[in-house]
Design a protein around this ligand. Structure first.
Ligand code: GAR
Length: 205
């Protein structure tokens, strides 16, 4: 069984879905640890409740990224736990060279919009304000762009006339919980190839 780690900054409902899917056998992985840059993240509490190692790592002086020495500490912690795949689930920092180099092709993220539309933050409101009729979520590989790496799985949801950002976020989240497991299983199986920007499933033969 391969080892995954989840990095989360906040509430952790995606983490919760991952924990439950590991426990019920639909996600074929061992959740080696949960790491947060926020001491008070509900995600850490959720992990502890399920006897999963929950680690707060000091994020250092910057708000939206980690200075190299700090990021190196994240790398070391992941390596100490023999992590094969790093899953960002509401981890609100941009990753830089130390993590991207140490885990090249082995970091994935979930984003609450249909990329490449609406990268960045507050994207449910941006989708509403733009007037799109569908939004959704995307699991993608993380590279040195913001929300720009190759797309692994997406799911679409309708935008309704009486939506608020909160209502839309809730509808998208339900799909996030489902597709993150699907994407993790695919990446861990190794049964895919990356052709340009396209992540293409390969068969077992
Ligand atoms: C999720 O909607 C996730 O897609 C989003 O934050 C939320 C975390 O919720 N991630 C980003 O916006 C990353 N830029 P959760 O803590 O309940 O899983």
């Amino acid at each position: 069984m391969k080892n995954i780690a989840v990095l989360a900054s906040g509430r952790g409902t995606n983490l919760q879905a991952i924990i439950e899917n590991v426990e019920n056998g639909t996600l074929h992985a061992n959740l080696a640890c949960v790491i947060s840059d926020n001491e008070n993240a509900k995600a850490l509490e959720r992990a502890r409740k399920h006897n999963i190692k929950a680690i707060y790592l000091d994020p250092g002086p910057k708000k939206t990224w980690l200075i190299p020495e700090v990021e190196q500490n994240y790398v070391k912690t992941l390596q100490d736990h023999n992590v094969d795949l790093v899953c960002l689930a509401g981890f609100m920092r941009i990753l830089k060279k130390p993590l991207l180099d140490a885990f090249a092709g082995r970091i994935i993220n979930i984003h609450p919009a249909l990329l490449p539309s609406f990268p960045g933050l507050n994207v449910q409101k941006k989708a509403l304000d733009w007037g799109v009729k569908f939004s959704g979520c995307t699991v993608h590989f993380v590279d040195d762009t913001v929300d720009g790496g190759p797309i692994i799985v997406q799911a679409a949801v309708p935008v309704l006339d009486d939506d608020t950002p909160e209502k839309l976020a809730e509808r998208i989240l339900k799909e996030e919980w489902r597709i993150y497991t699907e994407a993790i299983n695919l990446v861990l199986s190794g049964k895919y190839k990356i052709d340009g920007r396209r992540v293409i499933k390969t068969d077992d033969r």
